[in-house]
Design a protein. Structure first.
Length: 391
């Protein structure tokens, strides 16, 4: 059933769901397993469970109720999947703690967290605040509904599949235990879902915290710590939510910049059969989304440098599309170059080095890109539009 199909008969379906919930006969169907690339590791896949429409509606309803009951007990350093909280706020929180002198970090990675949460732990924590056993039973049925993999149903004895509206609130209920333990120990930390960093003043303290918290996670909560990815390091070396805190300032992490450049290369490769207008039309939504997320970074030259690199990529693509040096000479004349000077200009149209030629930068200048509505990253860091860089 599609969402549109459900909407067409919404009242009848909601009445049916309501009746089954009241009778305690509602059953969740197996979610469809989908694999997507993991951020920073394209060879590894993240498991998503896509529920049917009715299950999504029931799960979202439970999420809304649980949010009202459990959220007041969530800690201030938990920013993940909570109304009115954002990743930007989480990064500012880390920056504040670093500014107080906590420059060492224990970064703990939970191995396949959403797939490994013990069902018994989830239900035990829910029962602390939910007395209605029929609701607890409903959650148990959702957790054990299984998944469809290549047409076959597989049982789920652990975990809560990402993709379900229930997974954010259930993950917060589980890791709220860790939050309380960290505060009991007097530790400064920041958490977004299962991504969290614990900040301390010395390397020795960071090693002690790493060992103690890893033991708590594994022995008390039954969660597996990935020892290979967990690390103790100065905060400036640690990536959190795509950012780093360097000299007290927020910076886009090196791996986030590498992923950005890799995606831009895909969208601007020189053999792209699309017109330049179409290339820019495809590129702009990605640029807007990326800069909207990373706009809080505080190294002002970064966006200028990336803008210059993007325009160089597009210049190289455009030269390849024009193919022949004679075509570029005619365009030079149209742009105002004396004909004799234009005719003496000879370019290798398929070479990257050609984009650094002054003639190319003059013809394919800022105004040329502005006319084609290219998004400039640096515009997002200035009060008034326009670029001070002429590249």
């Amino acid at each position: 059933m599609t969402v549109g199909d459900f909407e067409a008969r919404q009242e009848a379906f909601l009445e049916r769901i309501h009746a089954k919930l009241k009778l305690g006969t509602y059953r969740f169907k197996p979610a469809r397993r989908v694999l997507i690339p993991k951020k920073g590791s394209p060879s590894k896949k993240r498991k998503l469970g896509i529920p049917v429409v009715m299950d999504r509606i029931v799960s979202q309803s439970v999420h809304t109720v649980f949010e009202e009951i459990f959220d007041p007990d969530f800690r201030d350093s938990n920013f993940g999947f909570r109304r009115g909280r954002s990743q930007h706020q989480a990064i500012r929180h880390v920056q504040q703690i670093v500014g107080e002198g906590h420059e060492w970090c224990a970064s703990i990675d939970l191995a396949s967290f959403f797939d490994e949460i013990p069902h018994g732990l989830i239900l035990k924590l829910i029962r602390r605040k939910i007395a209605d056993e029929s609701l607890v039973t409903l959650i148990a049925r959702a957790l054990t509904a299984g998944v469809v993999v290549d047409g076959n149903v597989e049982k789920t004895s652990r975990g809560c599949p990402q993709g379900s509206p229930l997974s954010p609130i259930l993950s917060n209920i589980v890791l709220n235990e860790l939050d309380h333990e960290l505060e009991r120990r007097g530790l400064k930390y920041c958490r977004w879902a299962d991504d969290f960093v614990i900040l301390v003043r010395s390397e020795r303290a960071a090693h002690r915290v790493m060992e103690g918290c890893s033991r708590y996670l594994e022995e008390e909560l039954g969660l597996r710590v990935n020892r290979e990815k967990s690390r103790v390091a100065p905060v400036k070396w640690v990536e959190f939510l795509g950012f780093q805190i360097l000299k007290g300032k927020i910076r886009v992490s090196k791996s986030a910049r590498q992923r950005f450049k890799a995606r831009v290369r895909e969208l601007t490769h020189r053999n792209n059969p699309l017109s330049m207008a179409e290339v820019i039309q495809q590129l702009n939504p990605y640029l807007r989304g990326w800069v909207e997320y990373f706009r809080i970074q505080e190294f002002r030259k970064l966006f200028r440098d990336l803008d210059g690199w993007i325009r160089s990529r597009l210049r190289s693509t455009q030269l390849k599309k024009w193919k022949k040096p004679q075509k570029f000479q005619r365009i030079m004349i149209s742009a105002g170059f004396p004909p004799q000077e234009a005719q003496r200009t000879w370019l290798r149209m398929d070479k990257w080095q050609s984009v650094s030629r002054l003639e190319v930068r003059y013809v394919l200048n800022l105004a040329w890109f502005q006319q084609r509505n290219l998004v400039f990253l640096h515009d997002f860091t200035q009060a008034t539009p326009g670029l001070s860089s002429g590249r």
